[in-house]
Design a protein around this ligand. Structure first.
Ligand SMILES: Cc1cc2nc3c(=O)[nH]c(=O)nc-3n(C[C@H](O)[C@H](O)[C@H](O)COP(=O)(O)OP(=O)(O)OC[C@H]3O[C@@H](n4cnc5c(N)ncnc54)[C@H](O)[C@@H]3O)c2cc1C
Length: 389
């Protein structure tokens, strides 16, 4: 496998860096850093990114994109995150909802939704999880009942990010109680400003707040169904890998690793006995962080028509999120209460975010279950028992 970039991709990376250093973007990034809020509203920043073509990089021109490759899109994500762009609106809105509309939406949906998302004028969040249902989405209870002019949706979604500022919500709901728990699911693209959508913030340990979204008789048109009625389970199987490339986690691991290594004058650290121990940690975390990035790149490199391989994405998500959580704990422990002022805020935020990384987008246990399912399925069948003569 070739891990390098072509000359053209390298030039593209330089162009993205220049856009991120342009005066309007740089000053908006500086404003967000200085505002002191744990979760500032980043929509203005995203509008600037959208105007510069940095959001829908690999979407077709006719849908507001730049018509480039998945590798170009991944380069743009790397550079945006390295420049300090908060990534949740991107991961949920562009990478998950937008990509699913691109893969499975009607031409009307693509024309209506994608240019707005790519321009950073409208935003989308993901409404899968319910108070009693997370890992096993086939048990969802939110109901969508057919009406003459579309559907009426009732239920509660929870632990979703950014729903207080998004315009669309990708909502999984049950359209049939008769069919199997898999066949009765359908995906809808809700208008988050519609009557009956009630969004409540929930406090969390991390900087980003969760939301509880109550759907109380929300009316949706038949044109808001993604795919066909009853196709929800099959579409989830396409949508979930989209948020599991591991890029977001690998880039967090990279940032926090650099923070952990930033102050070379402090070579011992809390609980670490010697310089040799510290150097061993630096080497181990450095290699594992790089491995996480390579697993993420492997997902991008082998994408097939925008579709991602479930085994590769589950592996990348599991490994990169575990590594990011581990490096956050290491970096925090290394400095302890002696953290230099310029690093303290990053360490504090990373340490509080770490536990959620191995849960969001599919828990580590579920990723391991998926991986083992593929690996065992790939094993040759055991030879049939022969009678002993
Ligand atoms: C930071 C963060 C952001 C999130 N953002 C969103 C969002 O935007 N939209 C959204 O819809 N949801 C979001 N979620 C919710 C997330 O998808 C769920 O938390 C996750 O899927 C787990 O579901 P659960 O919390 O109900 O836990 P459960 O499914 O109840 O699992 C609890 C524990 O049991 C384990 N477990 C469950 N089933 C099995 C099994 N079969 N075998 C072995 N172990 C098992 C799990 O691994 C976990 O450790 C977010 C969560 C976090 C932490």
């Amino acid at each position: 496998m070739d891990f390098g970039h072509s000359a053209e991709e390298t030039r593209f990376r330089d162009r993205i860096r220049a856009e991120l250093q342009s005066a309007p973007v740089a000053s908006e990034l500086a404003r967000l850093r200085a505002c002191g809020e744990r979760e500032p509203d980043v929509r203005d920043l995203y509008r600037l990114l959208g105007e510069r073509g940095l959001l829908g990089v690999d979407w077709p021109h006719r849908h507001g994109g730049q018509g480039r490759t998945a590798v170009h899109a991944a380069v743009a994500v790397e550079e945006m995150m390295r420049a300090g762009v908060p990534d949740t609106l991107f991961v949920n809105g562009i990478q998950t909802v937008g990509k699913l509309v691109l893969l499975a939406g009607t031409e009307e949906q693509k024309a209506r939704v994608l240019p707005e998302l790519a321009a950073g004028r409208r935003f989308a969040s993901v409404l899968y999880t319910e108070p009693e249902v997370g890992s096993d989405l086939s048990a969802l209870t939110t109901r969508a009942v057919a009406r003459e002019d579309g559907y009426r949706i009732d239920g509660v979604k929870i632990y979703n990010l950014k729903s207080d500022i998004t315009d669309y919500g990708l909502c999984a709901a049950r359209t049939s109680l008769e069919d199997s728990r898999y066949a009765g699911l359908t995906l809808f693209l809700l208008d988050m400003h519609a009557p009956g959508v009630h969004v409540e913030r929930l406090d969390t340990m991390g900087d980003e707040q969760f939301h509880r979204v109550e759907l109380d008789g929300v009316r949706v048109a038949a044109t808001d169904i993604i795919g066909e009625v009853g196709d929800g389970w099959a579409l989830l199987a396409e949508a979930l890998p989209l948020e599991r490339t591991g890029f977001d986690f690998a880039l967090r691991a990279e940032r926090w690793y650099e923070t952990g290594c930033a102050d070379l004058t402090l070579t011992g650290g809390v609980g670490s006995g010697s310089v040799a121990d510290w150097l061993a940690d630096v080497g181990r975390h450095g290699a594992a962080t790089r491995a996480a990035a390579l697993l993420a790149w492997r997902c991008v490199g082998s994408a097939d028509g925008g579709r991602l391989d479930e085994l590769q994405t589950s592996t990348a998500k599991w490994y990169a999120s575990e590594q990011a959580a581990s490096v956050a704990r290491w970096a925090m422990t290394r400095y302890g209460l002696d953290a230099p002022e310029d690093l303290a805020a990053t360490l504090d935020s990373a340490y509080r975010e770490a536990p959620g990384l191995t849960l969001s987008g599919g828990t580590s246990e579920m990723m391991l279950q998926t991986i083992s399912g593929f690996l065992f399925a790939a094993e040759p069948a055991a030879p049939a028992t022969t009678e002993v003569e």
